[in-house]
Design a protein around this ligand. Structure first.
Ligand code: P53
Length: 473
């Protein structure tokens, strides 16, 4: 069995990483706008360092990004030229509700996304919308303290209601939260949580997580009510963790880290908190406050499909058990794998393993919504990049994906590469960490003409799509 005939090939972006125009047409300020390139970024997105206003010492790449806000027609035409069947993009919350707690949406924001959707449809491209991709209105950080405040659930419902109502009939696929589990590593980026003043940061985090999970379930409910044809997915940053050795402690450590991530999908797909997580939260006194009815909402509104990103794997080695009986571990290098310049281990076979794990665990259709290679590209004087390394990475991964479908029977709806056009890195804020089939002339500090140029991989991906994945040479 080959890939399904209507397999959705395409690419994926996020608003803050490509749109720019951060203060145009009424858009409000968001957490992601305030995340600079450079060494402080990590502390800021992880909620350790406060950055609630722009300052003169930092460069903030999301302000301008690759200016897709003004160039989306040109960019979507290039996607169409590659034969995209689907384009995954995200909505900037602050274009629709600039502060986040207004009662009426900003018409200019809705209109922008409606035009973008119409542009996709004009080219026969299915839009796949991520409702929130690491973005959160700063006003809600100041006034409510981020997702740890229950009130955000209501405000999110206003956001999704505005979106589903306006785009009904035009958009079939939605994801509620990008990489919902990334809140564990980057709570400011994932949930607008600044944890510097928090007495118990973990408690605040699990409270925020509970609110996001309830909000996601409510979004699913609202979507199905407004548009019965809409399909709602969750989105996992999959990064599987291997045990370093056959030492049972390493195996146990790997299981626990993987479960910490799967936990979110367990709730979104099965509809309830798994026992190990409930017990763990209880023991550590981290149980979030839940309101009556929350568990019903979770149970009654599970997702229609499971989406995930896949880039890399990590390997963990036990360092023993702590006084609460929880395993502790360190992340170590995997001796069998090569790494990118950013230290991401390249592991195509685990892509097949991951597809199988998710299919086996949840038995719902899967959608790969991110995969790709972030590296430095050297463009020649015409902006052309001979990116055989990218072609090799994608070929190796697509082969494994096909094996998961053809040899193992995984039910897979589609595949979108990350950053089909070069854009700002979420992790580092850099421009020079590039993923695209299309080169964009811009550097880490915003210098450049923003000119778009096709790389060698552009024609390669076009051929892959045209042959429905049969021709990978
Ligand atoms: P960058 C962590 C782990 C795996 C994927 O990442 C992650 C993250 C957060 O950085 O992010 C996803 O740009 C994310 C995209 C992001 C992409 O992976 O750091 O959904 O927004 O750009 C690649 O190289």
């Amino acid at each position: 069995m080959a890939l399904r005939e209507d397999f959705l090939w395409g690419g994926a972006t996020a608003a803050n990483q490509c749109e720019g125009a951060y203060d145009v047409d009424g858009r409000g300020l968001a957490n992601v706008d305030l995340s600079p390139v450079g060494e402080d970024r990590q502390a800021i997105i992880t909620g350790k360092m406060k950055m609630f206003d722009f300052d003169d010492e930092h460069f903030y790449p999301a302000k301008g990004s690759i200016d897709m806000y003004h160039r989306y027609k040109e960019d979507i035409a290039l996607f169409a030229e590659m034969g995209f069947k689907v384009y995954r993009f995200s909505i900037a919350w602050t274009r629709i509700f600039p502060k986040g707690d207004e009662s009426e949406p900003n018409e200019a924001g809705l209109k922008f996304y409606e035009d973008l959707i119409d542009e996709c449809l004009k080219h026969g491209i299915e839009p796949l919308i991520t409702i929130t991709h690491f973005d959160f209105p700063m006003h809600l950080v100041h006034e409510y303290g981020g997702w740890k405040n229950r009130k955000i659930i209501d405000l999110y419902q206003n956001l999704v209601t505005a979106i589903f109502t306006r785009f009904k009939g035009k958009v079939k696929y939605y994801l509620t939260f990008n990489e919902i589990n990334v809140i564990l590593e980057a709570p400011f980026m994932g949930a607008g949580l600044y944890l510097g003043d928090e007495e118990n940061p973990k408690k605040a985090m699990y409270q925020a997580i509970h609110h996001e999970l309830v909000a996601s379930a409510l979004a699913t409910k609202i979507a199905h009510e407004i548009d019965p044809d809409a399909k709602i997915g969750c989105m996992l940053a999959s990064t599987p963790h291997y045990p370093f050795s056959s030492n049972p402690e390493d195996i146990f450590a790997a299981q626990r880290v993987n479960w910490d991530n799967y936990f979110f999908i367990d709730v979104q797909s099965r509809g309830y908190y798994p026992t190990y997580k409930l017990k763990e939260l209880e023991r550590a006194n981290l149980m979030p406050e839940m309101e009556e009815g929350d568990l019903d909402i979770l149970r009654e509104n599970t997702v229609d499909f499971i989406s995930f990103s896949y880039y890399t794997t990590r390997t963990v080695k036990s360092t023993g058990f702590d006084k609460n009986g929880n395993i502790t571990y360190e992340v170590v290098e995997n001796p069998y794998l090569d790494r990118t310049d950013w230290g991401w281990e390249i592991d195509p076979l685990a892509f097949r393993t991951t597809l199988n794990n998710l299919w086996d665990k949840y038995q719902k259709p899967l959608f790969v919504v991110e995969n790709g290679l972030g590296v430095v590209d050297e463009a020649d004087e015409n902006g052309y990049v001979e990116d055989d390394y990218r072609i090799n990475y994608l070929r190796d991964h697509i082969k494994q994906m096909k094996d998961a479908v053809e040899l193992d029977g995984v039910n897979l709806l589609g595949y979108t590469t990350w950053g089909p056009i070069d854009l700002v890195s979420a992790g580092t804020g850099e421009m020079k960490k590039r993923y695209g089939f299309i080169y964009v002339d811009r550097d880490n500090y915003g210098n450049g003409t923003l000119k778009r140029t096709k790389k060698k991989s552009f024609d390669w991906y076009k051929k892959v799509i045209a042959s429905n994945g049969e021709d990978l040479d």
